[in-house]
Design a protein around this ligand. Structure first.
Ligand code: IPE
Ligand code: IPE
Ligand code: MG
Length: 249
């Protein structure tokens, strides 16, 4: 079968792709295995999507790996996930460096278990000079937490009189979010057939194209990413204008 890659317009790819990696538990269930088996098998999909994105010249890839709400899961599952992050980050470091990929993270990182936090810091430190693509893990992340933190940060500055209330605009808000170094994602993909945002990048996805696929995350491969990108390229991004205006410009 001819790869969908040949159908992609390489000149109109997003700069930033964000993905809600969902469906690990259901994938495991389908294989009559415990949920954590799904998480372990999700790592292969992470590898594939990272590699494919770098090959395409995507600059930023944000992967939602653990939400603040995910602490509500059974303790054993959470513990296994935290250990899996440590193992994966450590094992993938060489590959990230060989491929010139920088690892970064957004979320409430300092509240992660110490081992997970340390592995992450080590990974970020060791890849900090890479500049082909930035892989951003959303870990212990939730958008409402991030927005609340931003309000507090700006309020502090107002209190200290370093910011005037009149100067608060959308750029100032953006610059106080976890994602302040990155452009907004033009594309958000969610796997596993769920059609919701689950507290992911609420501000940043304002004008993103949302693509939903029924594929469960552990089954997601390069071809699945190309398919989502083709869907993205079929969309007309209007940003409030009319379709006619876009044709003219
Ligand atoms: C996504 O898969 C991984 C995480 C949230 C960590 P799930 O574990 O949510 O899988 P389902 O949704 O139960 O199938
Ligand atoms: C969202 O998936 C969080 C991550 C993928 C890390 P969930 O599976 O936790 O989302 P809900 O609970 O079904 O909305
Ligand atoms: Mg889920």
């Amino acid at each position: 079968m001819e790869s969908l890659l040949s159908k992609l317009d390489l000149n109109s790819l997003p700069k930033h792709i964000s993905i809600i990696m969902d469906g690990n538990g259901r994938w495991a269930k389908k294989h009559n295995k415990p949920r954590v088996f799904g998480h372990r098998n999700g790592v292969k999909a992470v590898r594939e999507v990272t590699e494919a994105s770098a090959e395409l010249g995507i600059k930023y890839l944000t992967l939602y790996a653990f939400s603040k709400e995910n602490w509500r899961r059974p303790k054993a599952e959470v513990n296994t996930l935290m250990k899996l992050f440590v193992k994966t980050v450590s094992e993938e470091l060489n590959t990230l460096n060989e491929n010139n990929i920088k690892l970064e993270a957004i979320g409430d990182l300092s509240s992660l278990p110490e081992e997970t936090y340390k592995a992450l810091m080590k990974g970020m430190q060791s890849t900090r000079n890479n500049d082909r693509m930035t892989l951003i893990l959303a870990l212990n992340y939730s958008s409402r937490w991030e927005i609340t933190k931003m309000v507090r940060l700006i309020s502090e500055k107002v209190r200290a009189k370093s910011v005037d209330i009149e100067d608060i605009d959308h750029q100032l808000v953006t610059s106080h979010l976890e994602t302040n170094k990155y452009p907004d994602p033009e594309l958000m993909i969610r796997t596993s057939g769920e059609h919701r945002i689950s507290n992911f990048l609420l501000w940043q996805l304002s004008y993103a194209e949302l693509v939903f696929t029924d594929t469960l995350w552990p089954d997601f491969r390069k071809e699945n990413l190309y398919k989502c990108l083709l869907e993205y390229q079929r969309r007309e991004r209007r940003f409030g204008m009319t379709g006619e205006q876009l044709v003219k410009s």
